[in-house]
Every structure is written in structure tokens, then in C-alpha cells.
Design a protein. Structure first.
Length: 488
């Protein structure tokens, strides 16, 4: 379907199983996941194009695992780069080299963790990759479609738009950002705090070839009386940088005009105003940490920034948003296509809201420790590999080295790479050092494997989102779990 096809249709409501409002990373990840499952879904965006800037730019290892499952690893490897080292500039002109350091704590890939470090890619570029993947899967996006109202009943949701026909969906997901219209229409409060009273300016700028900053380092100027500034090179467009500048004065009002961005860069860095070829996008804001009081109201869900707002410190917002959608996508698929009980959808809020609360605390702490300074070093806590759902409603049992709710480690066995066995919309049953039970379940791919210390001995049912859902020394309880999740 063409981007404007909804507008060109008759006035009768358009019907779909899932309506996704907001085509940022959360909305695109959800649309891709539903498309590969064969769930009819429609993604609408109020803007005339996908968001052009880079509010987020770092993909943590766990999010890379998500994108690997969605078939994006090759494209992401080509489009991204490793994080450059920070370089401090000193002196009255800001042209004296200071110390260099790593913003992130680097690690080598292992058999269990193939994606060991965060990679750098601007949000706009990532969205383009996700959009291309969605088109490959037969998905669709509708631009210039602004939500103005919604009504829901026991069978579905009717969404109303400013200049387009109504859309009738069995479920609606609001992925429309921190100022979410969906959240406002639901009357769900966003509770939180101001992380820092000093405002920030974030912008994407293209520098001329003779500009002072090169693309080998992440450049930092932190000694100015009005505040510091950093320039991080972004892959995908030659000489494209993300600017982050914090103001010393809490009463300052960031000037996000082209002229304002040029003036700030010239005042705080060694880049001259005429060395800025283009200001692609700019925005001023005050860092906040906030969490929606609920993630679900009837047949409507919130995901991504519509559900939680982060400080940019630690590169957590885009990643938490993508993982929200990855969690919700398989559950919607099971309910809509495979007869799973409606209660399965309640586990989305239970699992993901707790994760967001923890991540908000982490990003707030990192911001307050040092947003721009030389103490800004990010360790393993930001990588997302330690997120688990232990003790949750979809975690049952333990065996060997793992407890239900744990991330399922990768590994290379004679039967194949485990992540390759997991890839797709199915569940995966692994038997290490024990026999597979007889099972007639097309949605469960079963494999008897040789010993592997990352798992130990036992049976492990891996959910479609790569977490161990059920584990046991025997198959007792497995059938009940599969029935509860619509896999049997």
C-alpha cells in the first residue's frame, strides 16, 4: 500500500488487527515484528516524513540481538560504527589536545555474547533501515496522519484522524513519543522528576571539510562559562555530527534555530560558524525522567517514549523503547493468530514497566555523575544483557545454570548457532544432556544438543523474544506453559 493510500480510500473505516501510532524506533520495531509474524498491522505517523534527527544514537548489545532476530544484522553492520574515543580540547581557543578516553567500557565478543559493545548509528539512519525492512516484509506506513481521538469497546478500537478516514483495529499501540497523543487521550499520567535544571541543546549538523572537528574522535569542550559542548561523528552521511550542549544557567532558553546553533558552536568549540554546512535538525529540552502510570488501558498500549522519558546519558531511551516493542510484538501475535488467552497481554506491562523503572534510575544516575565530562564512562550496566524477567508471570522453573526469565545465551553447537535456531516468530525447546519429550506443537522448534556449560543440563523453552520462559529437569509443567502462551 502506498504511503498516502489511507487518505485516498473511501470514508469507510480502514480495518486492521493492530494500529501503531508513531513511526519512531519503537513503532518501526513493532511493525517489523508483527509483519514477519503475518499479523495485519498499520503504522501511522503524523509528520510528513520520518523523524530526521538523532535524539538517540547508541545501540546497546541487547538491542543488537533484537535487530539480529529481525534480520537487520547485515544492514546494521554496514551502517554503524564503533564508538570513537572521547577527546578533550583545551586552551583559550579550544584547539589544544587534552586527554583521550573511552566513553564505554569495551569488551571482546564471546560465544555467549556475540555483540559485546554498543555501536553508533543516528536515530534517523536506524529508522531508515527499519523502514526498509518493513517494506521488504510487506508492511506499510502512512505519513501525514495525525491522531485526534479514539474510542474503544470490547471488540476493538476506533481511531479518528485530522484529515483521514477512521481506522478500526483490534488493538492500538501508542509509540508517539514523550508528548504522546495516545497517552493524553487515555488520561494516563506520566510521573517523574527533573533530572537536571540546566537545559540541553541537541542538534545534527553537517560540517565542511575544513572544519576543526574530524570523524576519528568524539570531541569535547567543557570549560566554557556558558556550558560545555560535544560533537560526536555519526555514520551514514559524510561529516555529520551530533551536537550536545548543556547550559550553565538553568534559566537559559536554548536557541534551536540554525543561527542559534551556529552561534553556540562558534562560541563554545573550535568550529567556526561558517564551517557548518547545514543544521539538519535541532531541539532544546530539559532532561527529565518520567514513567507512565500504566502501560495498558483496555485494548490500547503504550510503548517507547510514550511510556517512559529518559535523560540521554547512557544511551538507554532508544534501546528500552525497541525492547518494549519486541516484548509486546510476540504477545500480540500469539493472541491474534494462535488463540493465546487475552491475559498474556497483561504481562507486557508487568515485565516492561519494571525494566523501565530500573533503567530510568540508571540513566538519571549517569547524567548526574557526569554528562559531558571526563568521568562519563559507561560500564556493563548499560548494555542490557543483565535484564531479566525472573519471578515474573511468564517465568517458570529452573535447570542447569539458568533460571526462567534469564536471557538465553548464544552459542555455537554442532547443530548450529543458537541465535540462528531462535530466529523467527517461534518458541525454541532446547534439551541439553537429556531427551526431548514427545511434543506436537508446530510453534515450538525442538533441538537435542550436546553439553554446553552456559545452559547446563535440562530442558529450556526459549520465548520468541530470546528469554527462557520455562526450564526444568523433566518436562513436568511444560504443556501447561505452552497452553498459557498459545504455543500448543
Amino acid at each position: 500500500m502506498a504511503l498516502n493510500s489511507v487518505k485516498e480510500s473511501s470514508s469507510a473505516p480502514v480495518a486492521t488487527d493492530v494500529l501503531i501510532v508513531g513511526a519512531g524506533p519503537a513503532g518501526l520495531v513493532l511493525a517489523v515484528d508483527l509483519a514477519r509474524r503475518g499479523v495485519p498491522a498499520l503504522l501511522v505517523e503524523k509528520g510528513p516524513a520520518l523523524f530526521p534527527g538523532s535524539r538517540g544514537k547508541g545501540l546497546q548489545p541487547r538491542t543488537q540481538e533484537v535487530l539480529d532476530d529481525l534480520g537487520l544484522t547485515g544492514a546494521l553492520r554496514t551502517a554503524s560504527r564503533t564508538y570513537p574515543r572521547m577527546l578533550a580540547w583545551e586552551g583559550p581557543e579550544g584547539t589544544t589536545r587534552g586527554r583521550e578516553w573511552d566513553m564505554i567500557e569495551r569488551a571482546e565478543p564471546t560465544e555467549q555474547v556475540p555483540f559485546a559493545d554498543a555501536v553508533l548509528i543516528g536515530q534517523a539512519h536506524l529508522q531508515a533501515l527499519l523502514h526498509q525492512r518493513l517494506l521488504e516484509l510487506g508492511g506499510r506506513v502512512v505519513l501525514d496522519t495525525e491522531l485526534t481521538g479514539l474510542d474503544q469497546d470490547e471488540d476493538g478500537v476506533t481511531a479518528h484522524f485530522a484529515a483521514a478516514p477512521d481506522i478500526r483495529a483490534r488493538y492500538l499501540v501508542g509509540t508517539d513519543g514523550g508528548r504522546s497523543t495516545v497517552r493524553r487521550l487515555l488520561g494516563i499520567a506520566l510521573s517523574g522528576e527533573t533530572v537536571d535544571p540546566k537545559p540541553l541543546l541537541v542538534a545534527d549538523v553537517i560540517l565542511t571539510k575544513d572544519a576543526f572537528a574530524d570523524d576519528r574522535n568524539w570531541h569535547a569542550w567543557t570549560g566554557g562559562p556558558d556550558g560545555g559542548a560535544v560533537l560526536c561523528p555519526l555514520p551514514g552521511t559524510e561529516r555529520l555530527f551530533q551536537l550536545v550542549a548543556q547550559y550553565s544557567d538553568p534559566a537559559a532558553v536554548p536557541d534551536a534555530t540554525d543561527e542559534g546553533v551556529r552561534k553556540l558552536l562558534a562560541a563554545r568549540t573550535a568550529v567556526a560558524a561558517d564551517q557548518i554546512a547545514e543544521v539538519v535538525w535541532a531541539s532544546g529540552f530539559q532532561p527529565r525522567a518520567a514513567l507512565a502510570d500504566r502501560y495498558r488501558a483496555g485494548r490500547v498500549f503504550l510503548a517507547g517514549d510514550a511510556a517512559h522519558i529518559h535523560s540521554p546519558a547512557g544511551a538507554q531511551g532508544l534501546n528500552t523503547s525497541s525492547q518494549d516493542s519486541y516484548n509486546l510484538g510476540w504477545k500480540l501475535g500469539q493472541v491474534l493468530l494462535h488463540g493465546a488467552p487475552e491475559e498474556l497481554l497483561d504481562t507486557y506491562e508487568t515485565e516492561r514497566r519494571a525494566v523501565a523503572a530500573d533503567v530510568l534510575g540508571l540513566s538519571t544516575r549517569l547524567h548526574r555523575e557526569a554528562l559531558l565530562g571526563e568521568g562519563s564512562r559507561r560500564g556493563s550496566e548499560v548494555k542490557g544483557l543483565g535484564i531479566d524477567y525472573r519471578g515474573g508471570p511468564l517465568a517458570s522453573g529452573r535447570a542447569g545454570a539458568l533460571e526462567a526469565g534469564d536471557r538465553a545465551p548464544d552459542g555455537v553447537r554442532p547443530e548450529g548457532r543458537l541465535f540462528d535456531l531462535f530466529r523467527g516468530p517461534h518458541f525454541t525447546l532446547l534439551a541439553f544432556g537429556t531427551e526431548l519429550p514427545p511434543l506436537e506443537a508446530p510453534l515450538v522448534h525442538a533441538h537435542a544438543l550436546g553439553p554446553y556449560e552456559a545452559y547446563g543440563e535440562g530442558l529450556f523453552l526459549v520465548r520468541p523474544d530470546g528469554y527462557v520462559g520455562w526450564a526444568g529437569r523433566t518436562a513436568e509443567g511444560l504443556t501447561e506453559y505452552l497452553e498459557r502462551t498459545g504455543a500448543l
